[in-house]
Design a protein around this ligand. Structure first.
Ligand SMILES: C[S@@+](CC[C@H](N)C(=O)[O-])C[C@H]1O[C@@H](n2cnc3c(N)ncnc32)[C@H](O)[C@@H]1O
Length: 125
């Protein structure tokens, strides 16, 4: 299951999946993640990959968390970029790094085109 706000981008993703022969494996939901991810959530979830508005990461995680299995992974792209999110991305990182919330977290960095990118990987304990 994946979701995308912009219909044209969702169509490109669908075309790429079709070309790769994987179209029947992916449920693409067009619209705001906070609306598209509330119904028919697969259970259990093995992996949540967050790469959208950084300020929504915590809300999306909390939405999907009930279905995330023990040992399941949460991988997020560039949650360090708080931008105009008013601290909501750092609230996401605080949530994952608080052991009381049941995750073990590691921060990793990748490099491409001369730039460094921060990612966070958390395992549900
Ligand atoms: C940084 S791009 C990454 C897209 C894709 N993962 C990729 O690598 O090509 C972030 C995407 O999240 C989408 N997005 C942002 N907020 C969203 C929301 N609330 N619901 C659904 N999609 C959203 C944007 O339209 C954009 O296509």
């Amino acid at each position: 299951m994946t979701t995308e706000f912009v219909a044209q981008k969702a169509a490109s993703a669908a075309a790429n999946l079709h070309e790769a022969g994987l179209a029947d494996l992916v449920d693409i939901r067009i619209g705001d993640a906070m609306a598209t991810l509330v119904r028919d959530v697969p259970h259990p979830i093995d992996l949540i990959l967050l790469d959208a508005s950084k300020g929504l990461y915590l809300d999306i995680l909390r939405l999907l968390e009930p279905a995330l299995r023990q040992g399941g992974l949460v991988v997020s792209d560039r949650a360090d970029l708080d931008g105009g999110d008013g601290g909501r991305a750092s609230a996401y990182l605080d949530y994952l790094s608080n052991p009381a919330n049941g995750y073990r977290m590691a921060a990793i960095t990748t490099e491409a085109l001369g730039q460094r990118f921060a990612h966070d990987v958390a395992v549900r304990a």
